[in-house]
Design a protein around this ligand. Structure first.
Ligand code: HEC
Ligand code: HEC
Length: 255
């Protein structure tokens, strides 16, 4: 009686969770592995695929074909097919990661040394194309100048803040503003530096960079204000010197 009951329950559970069972069977007998070991266990293959999806912020369908068989109402996944570009690239990436790790262990740092492993996440950090915030801003400036860069920065921060995909620290934004200014685009540089201190007024470095770009633009009053703020947050001879210089220039300009 008990046996009948439990097998009935078992069948009920299977009937209720068809997706899970269908899903797991995909991992059981892989037919088309070219890089991963052909005898990989279903559990390891499943973990590897979930790892890819997490590392790249991708879905299974970004790499695998989903197709509606003739007469069917719903599409099904066909994991062994190689139609998608991303799947082919992912295979090359698997080899690349293996190469990197082999070269790292070749450093020969002794038997006791524990080598750090490079993984998909090391580079991708939750995105398909592993770009840095600087890359996004470069593109945004070309599209629509400082305003577009500031808009996109805000949108990304809203979506990704707290994660490891993009670096939103004021130090990095100050560095970036300085790079843009040094490339000759002082107007864009100063807007980004101003945006940075508007959001993070308490970082001495951000204020210092804002002051320095304003000096280049001969906005001596604005420069003095920024150096003064920097010197208040972190008093030191260097920013004190910059402040004095800006004040002198501002006075000269007034005469
Ligand atoms: C970044 C691309 C990528 C993502 C995302 C991805 N896969 Fe894969 N998948 C691959 C690659 C590449 C292979 C083949 C590996 C090889 O050739 O050794 C593969 C192989 C497989 C196989 C074995 C197919 C066979 O029969 O040969 C299964 C099953 C599978 N993936 C399921 C999934 C599932 C489920 C997901 C979502 C959780 C997923 N994959 C997400 C790239 C991806
Ligand atoms: C050393 C850094 C690095 C590592 C580690 C790495 N990738 Fe990549 N990956 C890149 C770069 C860079 C690109 C962009 C290539 C380009 O510009 O065409 C890329 C692109 C891709 C793409 C194409 C995405 C697209 O939209 O064009 C896929 C898919 C991918 N990687 C999968 C993986 C997987 C899976 C792993 C782990 C097995 C991995 N990558 C590990 C650097 C890396």
């Amino acid at each position: 009686m008990r046996a009948i009951f439990s097998s009935a329950l078992f069948i009920l559970i299977i009937a209720m969770t068809p997706n899970v069972y269908a899903f797991q069977s995909f991992f059981d007998k892989p037919k088309n592995l070219k890089v991963l070991p052909k005898d990989i266990s279903a559990a390891d293959l499943r973990e590897t695929m979930r790892g890819f999806a997490f590392a790249l912020g991708a879905r299974c369908t970004d790499c695998h074909v989903s197709e509606k068989p003739e007469g069917a109402t719903k599409p099904i996944m066909i994991f062994d097919r190689d139609d998608k570009e991303n799947k082919k690239i992912a295979r090359e990436m698997l080899k690349l990661v293996a190469d990197i790790n082999a070269r790292v262990t070749d450093l020969g740092r002794g038997d006791d040394h524990v080598y750090q492993k490079v993984t998909c996440t090391t580079c991708h950090r939750g995105q398909k194309k592993p770009v840095l915030i600087q890359t996004v801003l470069d593109k945004a400036i070309i599209e629509g100048g400082a305003d577009e860069a500031i808009k996109q920065y805000g949108e990304l921060k809203e979506r990704y803040y707290g994660g490891h995909t993009y670096d939103f620290t004021p130090f990095t934004l100050a560095e970036y503003a300085q790079t843009v200014a040094k490339s000759g685009d002082l107007e864009t540089g100063v807007k980004l530096a101003q945006f940075n201190v508007d959001n993070y007024p308490d970082t001495a470095y951000g204020q210092q960079i804002l002051g320095q770009i304003n000096m280049e633009l001969k906005n001596y009053q604005a420069a003095a204000k920024a150096f003064e703020a920097a010197n208040k947050i972190w008093p030191n001879d260097f920013t004190q010197g910059l402040l004095k210089q800006a004040q002198d220039e501002a006075r000269k300009a007034q005469k």
